[in-house]
Design a protein around this ligand. Structure first.
Ligand code: OOG
Ligand code: MG
Length: 256
């Protein structure tokens, strides 16, 4: 596998907002190479001035595994260019076939430089917020293998984070609602995320340690979707409510 060439392919799909064939269609490749491609593609973003500000976990819930037919936990990078302001309009023009999913986001207050236990995780956290991730697979028809989706930075394209708080109590099993124009489109519970979203910190610490990465204090960690993702279209008001934690929202518009 030519890692650099594959990274340029996914990166060009991002820049042109146009779908590509799955990389595995021409050449099957292992998970290790998938993460190498992901890293190389993030380097290309950094060369354009983007900054990594956190990580995202994927397939931490059954709902997502079933929707996408993939059953391994994956992770990718969040950059400053992906962060959309809570309550603001999101321009869909830069996406191919965007979907949105309800999540929670954590903000760390200490460097994570080793695998943490569930008991330790809490002490590493500054705050939690309701959040939504906008995913936009760079592959045609939003279809991919595990390796393809990892290479494509786990479909990550944008995210919106609501107000931060230290409301960690009740986070284990809080109701999650996603609404389009006031209509419920997804309903679930934070318990769907690894049984308890705090476990995403344990998983993140393990993945980072395996990759010999330190997650510096101030890192954002998106825990993964609590429900299946929902396709976005222009002209929507999108809201995510996490009971007892808060809400996040945005509207969609298109350039066209
Ligand atoms: C891959 C990303 C999965 C999640 O929260 O489970 C993910 C995809 O569904 O395209 O972000
Ligand atoms: Mg997600």
């Amino acid at each position: 596998m030519n890692i650099e060439a594959a990274a340029r392919r996914v990166d060009e799909a991002v820049l042109n907002a146009s779908a590509i064939e799955q990389i595995s269609a021409t050449e099957p490749f292992p998970v290790d190479d998938a993460y190498r491609i992901q890293r190389a593609a993030i380097e290309l973003r950094k060369q354009r001035g983007e900054r990594t500000i956190g990580i995202k976990l994927g397939f931490t819930s059954r709902a997502k595994m079933i929707q996408m037919g993939v059953d391994s936990l994956i992770w990718g990078w969040l950059t400053d260019a992906m962060l959309e302001e809570d309550g603001a309009p999101v321009d869909l023009g830069r996406f191919i076939h965007p979907r949105v999913e309800p999540e929670v986001c954590f903000l760390t207050m200490r460097d994570i430089d080793r695998p943490l236990t569930a008991l330790e995780a809490h002490a590493y956290l500054e705050a939690v917020a309701p959040a939504m991730e906008i995913i936009d697979s760079r592959y045609q028809a939003f279809r991919f293998t595990l390796e393809d989706v990892i290479a494509d930075n786990c479909s990550s394209s944008g995210f919106v984070v609501g107000a931060w708080s230290r409301r960690f109590d009740g986070l284990r099993n809080a109701g999650v609602l996603m609404r389009f124009d006031g209509r419920e489109v997804q309903v679930g519970s934070t318990g769907a995320i690894l049984g308890d979203p705090l476990r995403s910190i344990v998983q993140a610490s393990r993945l980072a340690a395996d990759a010999q990465c330190v997650l510096p204090a101030g890192t954002l960690i998106m825990a993964g979707a609590a429900t299946a993702a929902q396709a976005l279209e222009p002209g929507l008001h999108v809201q995510c409510v996490v009971s007892g934690i808060g809400q996040a929202e945005f509207t969609t518009k298109s350039r066209a």
